[in-house]
Design a binder for this molecule. Structure first.
Ligand SMILES: [Zn+2]
Length: 205
């Protein structure tokens, strides 16, 4: 359908194939920093270290924004924002695909999410917040608050993967995703992998 403007977005199954092939999606027995146990872990930067893969995933996510009239009408005066370092390659890829003017990201500073100093100066554009993965939704919520403190509206939110337990929207803006993953969390008391004595891997973000 080249030339008609119709662009396909890969299916969730196709995106999962990419994440499995690059070993970003891992299966086993994982213990999160909060002590929860799972049978899977998404280490998204493993997929994003392959430039072509990063591009395919980010372009796919960008298409979910481009079809939204209120976002398309604001381009290129839009900022693409990442809540953390993991979302930076996503933000750059989405920025490229949408030809948005600005890109920046938040970092943890003394245990608090913050933008770099002076980022509240100069031109403040409407913002699209993108991340590699949304597990609880806390990072995106905190970033919405940061963006609002700049006086900028949030016009879009999205991630390559979102756990189904996380909210569907942030601050009234629906969260666009390529994969909604139903991850099961266990305590050490009810963890089936513990019961099978599968060796544990401790993951950090
Ligand atoms: Zn376990």
């Amino acid at each position: 359908m080249a030339g008609t403007g119709v662009q396909l977005i890969p299916s969730p199954e196709e995106v999962m194939q990419i994440l499995k092939r690059t070993a970003a999606f891992r299966e086993g027995h994982f213990v999160y920093p909060n002590g929860k146990h799972t049978a899977h872990y998404f280490q998204m930067p493993i997929a994003f270290r392959y430039y072509d893969t990063a591009r395919v995933l980010a372009v796919a996510l960008s298409r979910k924004f481009r079809v939204q009239r209120d976002i398309a009408s604001q381009l290129p005066k839009v900022a693409i924002i990442s809540p953390s370092s993991g979302g930076i390659p996503v933000a750059f890829g989405v920025r490229d695909a949408l030809n948005a003017e600005q890109i920046y990201w938040a970092e943890q500073e003394n245990g608090k999410r913050a933008f770099r100093q002076y980022i509240n100066q100069g031109e403040i554009n409407p913002c699209i917040i993108v991340d590699d993965i949304i597990r609880s939704g806390n990072a995106i919520d905190e970033t919405v608050e940061l963006v609002r403190s700049l006086g900028a509206p949030v016009t879009g939110c999205g991630a390559i993967v979102k756990f189904t337990g996380a909210p569907e929207s942030a601050s009234g803006v629906s969260i666009e995703t390529l994969v909604d993953y139903d991850e099961k969390f266990y305590s050490s008391d009810d963890c089936p992998m513990c019961q099978q004595s599968t060796p544990e891997e401790h993951v950090r973000f």
